[in-house]
Unconditional design. Structure first.
Length: 329
């Protein structure tokens, strides 16, 4: 994920605008249709305010069967990611080609009534604050991003993430240290990972989805205490794979955690994911099976569901999903 152009930003906060999206390179996206940030204004040296237009229809983020329909939690998470990246280039002095790697994050949504989808695209405001210590060369190598989400002035959630900022050489060294060999790319494969022909994919309604393209789990196995499945996303899903990757991105693992949590509740059509707490220990490699395991929740559709991800017998990530019943809205 690199940025080639950093547009000049206004020096005064003013009123946020929602008329057009920012340059796609500023949020590390290849497709303009996947850009949701429309404006970003500096507040202080380490704080920015961002405008985001939430789409009424989207092939991935709108593909949910729960009613009433809410703006997707992962859409808000992606909006926060885009706002953080844009602000970090504009206000933390990140150079061209810098990669932002998320070590861990937490997101909670609590203003669910304000997240109901209406007749007009949603107007989201994100306030972002950065913290981090510069090294002797003036570079911030590690930092924290804290965000608050507002819909029409109503606070609806908050988000924090710990991140590493790496230049291309540092990122290459990190990848080589983990693998020891060059990593394959998503472009090296067709729709599916090696050994996955799509035949064991979960049915969309089992994981709260309508379109099979958006299902990322297969071969689920149910036990009294846990549910396990393989993580098998479609590489031609351009919302999850907007550009070429050499690993499964964090957002794909979070989607897998959400789907497995809904499957574990036994009530996927009446359950919403409203919070996440995640830690990523290693990259999820493309050329080996990734397994996800979720503990069955005690409270049915409402509660927390811990999900861990395993590859080659080792844990590579852990995501706890907070779920809520539609009756709570």
């Amino acid at each position: 994920m690199t940025t080639e152009v950093v547009p000049e930003l206004p020096s005064e906060p003013g009123d946020l605008t929602y008329g057009r999206t920012v340059d796609r390179s500023l949020v590390h996206r290849a497709a303009v249709s996947e850009v949701f940030v429309t404006d970003i204004r500096p507040l202080t040296a380490m704080r920015v305010r961002t405008a985001v237009q939430l789409p009424l229809t989207h092939g991935y983020y709108s593909d949910h069967v729960q009613q009433p329909a809410l703006y997707d939690a992962l859409l808000l998470l992606e909006s926060g990611r885009q706002a953080a990246i844009a602000g970090s280039h504009a206000h933390m002095g990140l150079s061209q080609g810098t990669t932002m790697i998320v070590d861990s994050f937490r997101m909670d949504l609590y203003g669910l009534a304000a997240l109901k989808i209406g007749s007009k695209p949603g107007r989201l405001r994100i306030d972002t604050e950065y913290s981090g210590k510069a090294n002797r060369r003036g570079r911030v190598r590690k930092g924290m991003v804290a965000q608050r989400y507002f819909m029409d002035g109503v606070e609806v959630g908050d988000h924090e993430m710990d991140v590493l900022f790496l230049n291309p050489h540092e990122n290459e060294v990190l990848r080589h240290a983990q693998r020891g060999t060059p990593a394959p790319l998503t472009s090296d494969y067709g729709r599916h990972a090696p050994g996955d022909d799509g035949s064991g994919q979960q049915r969309p309604e089992q994981v709260g989805r309508g379109n099979p393209l958006n299902v990322v789990l297969s071969r689920a196995e149910h036990a009294p205490e846990a549910v396990t499945a393989r993580v098998t996303p479609r590489y031609d899903n351009r919302a999850l794979f907007d550009h070429v990757y050499d690993h499964l991105p964090a957002m794909t693992l979070v989607e897998a955690a959400r789907q497995l949590a809904l499957l574990a509740t036994g009530e996927p059509l009446a359950t919403y994911a409203v919070g996440f707490e995640a830690r990523f220990d290693r990259f999820a490699e493309l050329d080996d099976t990734v397994l996800a395991e979720a503990a069955r929740p005690d409270g049915g559709a409402s509660g927390t569901v811990p999900v861990r991800f395993l590859q080659a017998g080792a844990q590579i990530a852990h995501v706890t999903v907070t779920t809520a019943s539609g009756s709570q809205l």
